[in-house]
Design a protein around this ligand. Sequence first.
Ligand code: GLU
Length: 476
Amino acid sequence: MTVRVRLAPSPTGTLHLGTARTALFNWLFAKKEGGTFLLRIEDTDIERSKEEFKKNIFDGLQWLGINWDESPTIQSERINEHKQIIKTLIEKGFAYKCYASEDELDEMRETQKRNGLAPRYDNRHRNLTPQKESEFINAGREPVIRFKISDQKLISWNDLIRGEMTWSGKDLGGDMVIARRAPADSIGDPLYNLVVVADDSAMQISHVIRGEDHLANTAKQILLYEALDLNIPVFAHTPLILNSEGKKLSKRDGVTSISEFKKMGYTSEAMANYMTLLGWSVPEGVNERFNISDITEIFSFKKVNKASAKFDWDKLNWLNSQVIHEMSAEALLKKLDPLFKENNWSLPNQEWGTNLVNLIGPSMVLINDGVDQAKPFFEEPELSHDGKDQLEIKESKMILNFILKKLENLDAEIFTKDQALDLINQATKNCKVKKGLVMKSLRAALFGTLKGPDLIQSWVLLSRFSKDRSRIRRFI
Ligand code: GLU
C-alpha cells in the first residue's frame, strides 16, 4: 500500500504541542514507509481561522524539521465538493433535513437529563412526511442536515496503536449533523466529520494518525465512508498528553505552543526528540537522546503506548541541555548571537565569542540561559548580597588595590590566563591572605556575586574591554 498520511490542523490557534506530536508521528511513519506526508488546513471556521495562526503552524513545523510534501490542501476551497457529497447522501437516503429548533433540542436534552439519560438527538425528524416538512418550511424554519446513525450498528476497526476497537452506533449521540442550518432549498456549511471524510478520501489518505480524542469521530467517519462507498483508511490514535496532575494538557498549564517553547530557549532538536518520547518508547539499546531523522527506520506504532503520556519538564530540560552540550561553540554562538544583538551587545571578535560560549555552555539548560550568563560580561552587574558581604571584609580593599596597580601595567588586549593566575598568587603572598579570599574578592568586584563559571577564564574575557579595571576601581 502506498502510504499517504496527513496533518489537519485548524488555524484557529498557534501550533499546539499535541498537534506537533501528531505531526511527528505522521512524519516518522511516512519516512519509515517511504510514504508521503501531507498538510491540510482545516479553515472552515472562518471567524476563528487566522492567517497569522496558519503561519505560526507552518513555521513551527519547519522549525521542528517536519517538512511536508506537495502543497497544502486548503479545506475552505473545497466547499462545493463537500456540499455535493451531502447532496449525494440525501439522494441516497443516508441523510435528511432536520427542522427541530434549538429550543426544542434544548428541551429534549433537559428531559433526557431529568430521566437520567445521556443527552442525544432522538432522531425525531428522521422520517418526516412531506406534508410535515412543508409545514416547517412554510413556518420559516431552517433545517440542519443529519446523517443517519443506526443504534444497532457496530463499528469496528483495527487501530494501529489501540488494537481491535468496537463502537456501538447507540453511543454516538443519535443522527449526526453534517451541515449547519440554512434555508431548506440550500445546503448549509458542511461540518467536521463530513469534510474530513471527503478530504481524506480526495487526498487518498491511507492512514489517519491523530489524537485519541477523535475516537468517537472515527466511528462516525467510518459510517460515512461506508455510506459513500469509499475506501476506509487505517486508523492510529495517539495517546493524550497530560500535565503533571494527570489532566489533559491545556492552555492553563502555561506553555503549550511550540512557538512559546522556542521563545523560552528550547531547541528544535530537543523539542522534536522529547515529543517523540511522549508516547513512543525507544527500543532496547537505543539512546533516548536522538535526532528525529535518525530514528525513521526504527519508529513503529508497536512501541507507541496506549496509556496517556505525562509531560515531564525535567526530561525535556535534560534533553535540551544534552543538545546544547553536543553543539560546537561556533554553532551555539550562532544561536546566541541574535539574542546578544537584541540586547545591543556586540562581540569584540569571533574568538572572544567562542571562548565565552565555551565558558558558559556547560551550565546552560536553555538557550536563553546563555543570555543571562553572558550579561555580566557586557553590562556592569549589580552587587548581590554575597558579593557585598565579601567586599566588606577588610582585606578585600587591599587585595583589589594590589591587583589594580599591577593591572595598570599590563596590556588589557593581551591579558592571559597565566598572567591572571600570577596576579592572584602575587596578591595572596603580598597581602598575606588565603588564595580563596583573593579569588572571592576579585569575583565579587568583577561580577557582583560569588557564583559563576571559572574565574580565571571569566576575568580574561572581561579584561578584553578593560572592564576588569573599571569594575575593581568601584570598590577601592
Ligand atoms: N482539525 C482537526 C483537529 O485539529 C483534525 C483532526 C483530524 O486529524 O481529523 O483536531
